[in-house]
Ligand binder design. Structure first.
Ligand SMILES: [Zn+2]
Length: 270
């Protein structure tokens, strides 16, 4: 862990006017939530083909059966997982007004559990189910209780309930898309944490932040606001952003690095 870069990031955060964060699976592995795509991840035990949107519409039962099975599978602690020191540090940085918005690709609800309020859920949230008819949301605990009586679970309006995570072939929620594009356009500092940022459209956000991609801004119909912006990467390994888009990479555990950054800021604010 490079302590001079930690200090530099703390200074950048303090000096920033509009700092935002983009997180991915790497921040949650220390909470015991495996990256879906990693060895031992969900896709090694469950067929990803089930989680295509069209297939869910055709056969919601098989997905709900798999989810109920996953919930009882001790390999997947996503539902019971607790925020780690990295999530806590980001919550603190929002609380003291430094971080304005947190955009996450994770569906594990851990930022919200840690106390972050302004969270843009890019890929939805697996701890909720949403009615495809009226849009009502239900907590997963309620749904699991209900399926003991009615299977597959249905909304009180009679509509089909779908896990509120974005499925393959399903569009990113438009509100999340527009909000995150606006934030990337507006920010003067972006922390990219625990993500290789290779999956579109999240992959475009650091480019928008850097003023290197204005296409999505055009689609969102907002004026380009881009001024100088620093992009800081916190990842275990270099990514395609390293040396090309990000100003620098702090390599190591997201939890340890973020808590050190938060400590520096606490000291400087004293
Ligand atoms: Zn409904």
């Amino acid at each position: 862990m490079d302590l001079s870069l930690i200090s530099k990031t703390a200074d950048l955060l303090i000096a920033s006017n509009h700092a935002i964060v983009l997180t991915g699976a790497g921040i949650s592995t220390e909470s015991g939530v495996p990256d879906f795509r990693s060895p031992g991840g969900i896709w090694e035990q469950y067929d990803p083909a089930m989680f295509f949107y069209e297939r869910f519409l055709a056969n919601p039962n098989e997905v709900w059966e798999a989810l109920i099975d996953m919930h009882g599978n001790s390999d997947f602690t996503l539902w019971e997982a607790q925020p780690n020191q990295g999530h806590q540090a980001l919550s603190y940085l929002e609380e003291i007004g430094i971080i304005k918005t947190l955009i996450t690709q994770n569906v594990d609800n851990l930022h919200q559990k840690a106390g972050n309020k302004n969270v843009v859920e890019f890929h939805g949230n697996l701890l909720f189910a949403k009615c495809l008819n009226c849009g009502a949301k239900y907590g997963y605990q309620q749904v699991l209780k209900d399926v003991e009586h009615i299977f597959p679970p249905v909304c009180s309006c009679g509509g089909t309930l779908k896990p509120d995570a974005v499925f393959f072939g399903e569009a990113i929620p438009q509100k999340a898309m527009i909000e995150s594009t606006k934030e990337a356009n507006l920010c003067d500092l972006m922390l990219v944490i625990g993500t290789s940022a290779q999956v579109e459209p999240a992959a475009s956000l650091p480019l928008i932040a850097k003023g290197m991609n204005n296409m999505l801004i055009g689609l969102a119909n907002i004026p380009v606001m881009k001024t100088h912006c620093s992009v800081v990467e916190i990842n275990r390994e270099p990514t395609p952003l390293t040396g090309a888009v990000s100003d620098f990479l702090i390599q190591g555990s997201a939890g340890e690095i973020l808590s050190q950054i938060a400590e520096r800021i606490k000291e400087k604010k004293r």
